[in-house]
Design a protein around this ligand. Structure first.
Ligand SMILES: [Zn+2]
Ligand SMILES: [Zn+2]
Length: 152
């Protein structure tokens, strides 16, 4: 587990933590970005840019192009508000936007729900192994597939 004060947020607490982290990164919390974030934060499984464009469209009562949603998601990933789940080609709200970790994601093969654990020792070993192999600027992408507690 993380060896520092580490806060996992949810609900309203998560939204305000995300706004703080976003402001700290010098970004504007526009209405459109707030809507994309709200749509993302209510998902308990990774959501694609298309799924999120659908929810944002119904939230705003007018059609929002997946491309604009995709650009905002990309900004959220860069500012640590969201994480991209590579194996699902989808996004999740980061439950600890104020704190950088190389999260280890657990994705259920049956219901698609994602959980995550933070173990900096484990991801640190992966980074060191990659550096030993001559790799620079290493970013671990660790996703484990299996069955969640509800499904197994
Ligand atoms: Zn994490
Ligand atoms: Zn499941």
């Amino acid at each position: 587990m993380a060896d520092h004060a580490h806060h996992e947020h949810s609900g309203k607490g998560l939204i305000s933590a995300a706004q703080d982290a976003f402001a700290e990164a010098g970004e504007q919390w526009t209405e459109m970005r707030a809507d994309v974030y709200a749509a993302l934060a209510q998902c308990d499984r990774p959501a694609s840019a298309y799924d999120l464009a659908e929810s944002v469209s119904s939230l705003r009562g007018k059609r929002v192009a997946p491309n604009s949603v995709y650009r905002i998601l990309d900004l959220f990933v860069r500012t640590n508000l969201a994480r991209r789940i590579e194996s699902a080609n989808a996004y999740l709200a980061n439950s600890h936007p104020s704190c950088r970790h190389d999260c280890i994601f657990l994705i259920c093969d049956s219901c698609g729900k994602a959980a995550h654990i933070d173990d900096d020792t484990l991801t640190g070993s992966l980074v060191n192994a990659a550096r030993d192999a001559g790799f620079a600027d290493v970013r671990p992408v660790v996703e484990l597939r299996g069955l969640c507690t509800d499904c197994n």
